[in-house]
Design a protein around this ligand. Sequence first.
Ligand code: PRP
Ligand code: URA
Length: 216
Amino acid sequence: MTQQLLVYVPPHPLIKHWLAVARDVATPPVLFRAAITELGRWLTYEAARDWLPTLETTVESPLAPCPATLIDPQVPVAVVPILRAGLGLLEGAQTLLPLAKIYHLGLVRNEETLEPSCYLNKLPEKFDSETRVLITDPMLATGGSIMAAMAELTKRGVEPALTRIVCVVAAPPALQKLSADYPGLTVYSATIDGVVNDKGYIVPGLGDAGDRIFGT
Ligand code: PRP
Ligand code: URA
C-alpha cells in the first residue's frame, strides 16, 4: 500500500471556537494568545491519540489487580516549536506532554523572497529512531518553513511516520510539498484555507501569527 500525507481537521467545537476567535481582526493580543494556546492544547490532544507510545501493565486497585495502560516513559517524545509563532502553541502542547523534550528551531521568512532562514537550531545531532516528534507552527503557507524544518529533522534521524505537525491554518502549497516529500507524515490543523496571496499570506487565514501573538 502506498503511503500518503494524512491531514486531519478535527471537528471539535472547542477547536472551531478558538479558531474563530483567532481569525477575528478585533481580537486583542492577550486573547489571541489565549486562543492559540487553547488550539495547541486541543490539537495536541487529537494528535496524541494514535501517536503517544503506551505500555500494557497491571495496577492494584483498592479492590483487586487490574490490567492498565500507561504512557511508556522509555520512548522519547520531542516537541519542536518553530519560532516565533510556534511558541504560541507550545504551552498547550506541553501541558499534555509534560515529559517531552523541547527543541527550539528559529526560522524566519524573507519578506521579499518568502524563503526561510534559520537563526536558531537547538536540535540534537541525532534523534533516537523511535522518537515521537510533534512540530508546532500555526501557519503552513508556501511551505518553505515547514519543509526546512522537516529537512533538519529527517537528516537527524527523525522518522516522518512518527512525526505529527500541529498547526492552525494549513494551505495547499505547503500540504502539496509535504505530501510529495514526506508520505506517511500526519498534519493536525484547525482548518485548511485555499489561498496564499502574492505576499505569502494565507487568505482568509488569521494574519501574521507571530506579530499577533507577541504584539510586535
Ligand atoms: C510564519 C509562520 C511559519 C511561516 C509559514 O513565520 O509561523 O513559520 O511564516 O510560512 P511559509 O509556509 O510560507 O514558510 P514567520 O517567518 O513570519 O516568522 P515568525 O513566526 O517569527 O513571525
Ligand atoms: N505566516 C503567517 O504568520 N501568516 C500567514 O498568513 C502566512 C505565513
